[in-house]
Every structure is written in C-alpha cells, then in structure tokens.
Write a protein that binds this ligand. Structure first.
Ligand SMILES: C[C@@](CO)(OP(=O)(O)O)[C@H](O)COP(=O)(O)OP(=O)(O)OC[C@H]1O[C@@H](n2ccc(N)nc2=O)[C@H](O)[C@@H]1O
Ligand SMILES: Nc1ncnc2c1ncn2[C@@H]1O[C@H](COP(=O)(O)OP(=O)(O)O)[C@@H](O)[C@H]1O
Length: 288
C-alpha cells in the first residue's frame, strides 16, 4: 500500500472578478495548505477496477468521489489496464470549504503517478487535476500560492508569517455551486490581493491580518446565519483575524499568542462540534 498525505487548504483572500460565459467565476485567491490532512492509501489491482473505501460515511464510494475521478482520468488518458483500491482515511471535514475532496484527488494523481510509473511532471499532474475540479491544481502543488483563472492557474509565493490557525466548522455542509450562484457582483467588496502578497513577502503578520477577505462570505452568511455567530465568537475570544474559508461554512481564526489559542479552542468547543487548532504547513517557522 502506498500512502499519500492530502492536506486541507484555507483561502486567505478570495476575490471574484466577474462571471465568465462558461458559467465559472474568474477568481483571484491566496491559498495556503494547513496541517489537517486525509491519508490516501493506494494499492494497484490487476482486474482494472477502481474501488473506494472511506472512513467517513458522508463520502461517496463510487464515481462521484473525486479520488475515483482522478484514477479514472489517468486510466483513460494513458490507457492503463490496471485498477486501484483507494482507501481514504478522512480527517478533513466534508463540504467545508477546505478542499478535502480536491486534495484526495490530487494525492491520488500523485500516488498513481508513482505506482503506475507514469513519470508525469508536477505541471502535467496539475493540468490533469484541473479537469477534475478548480481547486485540484493548487492541491497538487500545496504550499502557498496565488490562484487565478477559475482557480486552476497557480503561481507559488513564499510562506506566510508563522501563526496558529483555529478552524471551526458548524454542522452544515455548503454547496460550492450554490454559493457562487448566489453571488451578486454589484454587492462585492473586493479584498486587496496584491496587499496580501506584499504582507506575505514582507513577513508582515499585522498587514496579513488586516488584509484577509472573502467575497463569498456574505452569500454563505445569508444562507447560514450560524456562520456569523461563530465569526463573532472567534473575534470575542481574541483571534487576530477571522474569515470564512472558500465557500464555507468553516471559519478560521489566525492567532500568534499561544495562550490565546487554547482560549479560542476551548471557547468554541462549547457550541461547535468540529474545532481544530493547527499550523499552516508552509509557515516561516516550519521552514527554519
Ligand atoms: C470556493 C473554492 C475556493 O477555493 O473552494 P471550496 O469552498 O469548494 O473549498 C473554489 O473556488 C471551488 O473549487 P472547486 O470546489 O474545485 O469547484 P469546482 O468543482 O470546479 O466547481 C463547482 C461549482 O462551483 C462553481 N464555480 C467554481 C469555481 C469557480 N471559479 N467559479 C464557479 O462558479 C461552478 O458553479 C461549479 O460548477
Ligand atoms: N474524496 C472526497 N472527500 C470528500 N468529499 C468528496 C470526495 N469526493 C467527492 N466528494 C463530494 O464533494 C463534495 C464537496 O466536498 P469537499 O471537497 O469536502 O468540500 P469543499 O468543496 O467545500 O472543499 C461533498 O459533498 C462530497 O459528496
């Protein structure tokens, strides 16, 4: 069995520029991977079948699974006779704005590249990933990046300043398509993507905290007012910056003071089942 780590992402900024004729939205996002990960296990099969087993009962075990789609895409593109048994040890909350499914797909592409000796480059894998979903290319590379286009065009940037990330996910799932669909471009208050890049490049934590922003937040907040309540609580318990990730409903708080991390974590556990205190995977400290 080959095991591949599939980490979650958060969006430090998420801007929508316009709705495209193909129905997708042109975006500008600063994304970074965090240390909350699924574990994808891959075992090659001689019978050509793709079999999925997940530890989470809400994750589909058929062709709807993005890891299944990843394996199928490789089989079809490169005429592979072999199949694969895929085990997904699920730790990332599902339909949460954390790209769990996309990361499982990226891990499957990378793992099968090794298992089936395909010798594809990262760029080739990322390009294939974009056919599965807009977030898959970012998940192939991981780290910290500016994502443009519909999210599939990736430019790496340096690691963000070191801090804790507290994640809180209310017990609702959110449909990404419904959130993009509910966006009214006349109401959009655009985050400053260039300023976020500057904050990261200059290792300026305060500027980073001042610059976080997500245009999808107002849409999800209207659909699910409990997300606003969690945001308020995170602020009250002392997070330096608070934002919804992706299409939500997960809210993240950034914190540098370690004592405050436990205060926020314990405070939120009171009324939110899924709370995590984690690090960004590519923060400055972990690179030292
Ligand atoms: C919002 C974000 C932010 O990182 O993440 P999540 O909340 O899903 O984690 C992404 O843009 C989500 O990417 P992903 O989940 O891969 O979306 P896809 O499968 O490609 O698209 C799902 C649906 O979302 C809408 N969509 C997606 C991307 C985009 N740039 N414009 C869109 O309008 C389309 O309606 C599409 O049919
Ligand atoms: N491997 C997978 N893990 C989680 N969800 C998956 C997976 N494959 C397909 N899905 C489907 O994709 C939907 C969105 O899942 P997910 O990737 O967790 O959320 P998000 O797009 O908000 O980051 C889920 O409702 C689920 O049915």
């Amino acid at each position: 069995m080959l095991y591949v780590k599939a980490p979650a992402k958060i969006n430090l900024t998420l801007d929508v520029l316009y709705k495209r004729p193909d129905g997708y939205h042109e975006v500008e996002m600063i994304m970074t991977t965090v240390d909350l990960a699924d574990r994808v296990g891959l075992r090659s099969r001689k019978d050509g079948l793709i079999k999925i087993h997940s530890t989470d009962r809400f994750v589909p075990d058929d062709q709807r699974n993005l890891a299944y789609q990843a394996a199928k895409l490789l089989k079809d593109t490169y005429n592979i006779d072999k199949g694969v048994s895929i085990t997904i040890d699920k730790h990332i909350p599902v339909a949460a704005g954390l790209a769990g499914g996309s990361s499982d797909a990226a891990a499957t592409l990378k793992g099968l590249n090794t298992l089936w000796n395909l010798n594809l480059s990262m760029d080739e894998i990322a390009e294939l990933g974009a056919k599965i979903g807009s977030d898959v290319s970012f998940c192939v590379y991981g780290g910290t990046a500016l994502a443009t286009g519909r999210g599939e065009r990736i430019q790496a940037i340096s690691a963000p300043p070191s801090c804790w990330v507290v994640l809180a996910k209310p017990t609702i799932g959110v449909s990404t398509a419904a959130v993009y669909g509910g966006l009214n471009m006349d109401d959009v208050v655009h985050p400053n993507t260039q300023q976020m890049i500057q904050a990261i490049e200059e290792d300026d934590y305060e500027l980073l905290c001042d610059t976080v922003g997500n245009v999808l937040e107002t849409v999800t907040l209207k659909l699910h007012p409990e997300v606003a309540v969690i945001k308020e609580q995170m602020k009250r318990f002392g997070a330096d910056a608070v934002l919804m990730s992706g299409s939500g409903p997960t809210v993240f708080g950034l914190v540098q003071n370690e004592a405050r991390v436990s205060r926020i974590y314990n405070g939120l556990r009171g009324f939110c089942d899924e709370v995590y205190a984690i690090r960004m995977l590519g923060d400055r400290d972990s690179l030292d």
